[in-house]
Design a protein around this ligand. Sequence first.
Ligand code: SAH
Length: 297
Amino acid sequence: MKRKTLLFPLVLITAFCWVGTLIAFAPNTADRDREQDGKENAPMITQQRDNRGTLQTKKIETLLMANKTTGQMEKREEQQANNKEIQQTENREAKQLARALRRKGINDARVLTAVEKVPRHLFIDEKLSAYAYDDRPLPIEKGQTISQPFTVAYQTQLLKLQPGEKVLEIGTGSGYQAAILCEMDVEVYSIERYHLLYQTAKETLNKLGYYPNLYHGDGFEGLPEHAPFDKILLTAAPEEVPEKLLQQLKVGGWLVGPLGGRMGQKMTKIERVGEEKFRKTLHGDFIFVPMQEGTEK
Ligand code: SAH
C-alpha cells in the first residue's frame, strides 16, 4: 500500500512532463498552416524573409551611412580646417608680397591693400601656385603672362585712381590686374583678344565676387560705346600709342602703358590736357608681351 501511494504521484508528474514537452515542441498554428499550404504560402515566407532581410540590410546600410556621414563630416571638417589654414597662409603670403612691393617703392596704401586682398594663386595654373606670391611674371594660357606684381602695382599707382572713376584695361589676361582695379572701387572695363583668356578670367573673377565689365575684342579699338574713360591702362605693349584710345580719354584723364617694340618698352603716361592736347611723361623700362591686332579663340 505504501508503495502504491508513492508510485501514483510519480506517474502523475511524469505524465505532466510529457504533455508539457509535447506542447513546448509542437509547431505553432501559423507555421503549421504554412507548412500545410506549401507552395501558395511559400512566397509569403520568402517575402517575410525578404522583408526582414531588406530591413536588416537597411539597418546595416543606415549604420554604414551613419558611419559614412560621420566620416564625410570628419573629412569635410578636416578639409575646411585645411582650407582655412591654406587661406591664412595665402593671406600671409599676399601680405608679405605687399611688404616686398613697399620696399621696392610702391607707396600708395590703397594699392598695397589691394595686393594684400587679391589671391594671386587663383589666377594662375595650380602647378605654379608655389610661385604665386613671388614678385615675378608667370606664364598663363596662349603664351601670355600674368604681369609681375611690382608692375601691376606700379601701373596702378601711376593711374592715381579716385573712387568711382571709369577705367579701361587693355589685356585682361589672367584677370589679376582687373581684380586689383576692382579693389580700388572704380568702374572697371577690360578687353582681351583671346576668347579663352577672356572666359577663364571671367570665371575666376566672378567666383571671387569681382564683376568688372569684360569684353572679348581688339583693344586697339577700345570701347567707344562706353567712352570717355577717366583712365586707360595698357597691359600689353604697342609700338606706338593707339590713337583711338587717346580719343576715348576724358580731358584731364590719362593713359598708362608700356610703349615700344619687342626689345623693351618705356612705361609711358599720356595725359589729355585739352581736346587735342596731350602731355607725355616716361616712367622707366619694362618688358611686356606685345599688343597684337585682331582677336583669336
Ligand atoms: N593684365 C593681365 C596681363 C596679361 S598679359 C593680367 O593681369 O594677367 C597681356 C594681355 O594682353 C594678354 O592676355 C594678351 O592676350 C592681351 N592682348 C594683347 N593684345 C591685345 C589686344 N589688341 N586687345 C586685347 N588684349 C590684347
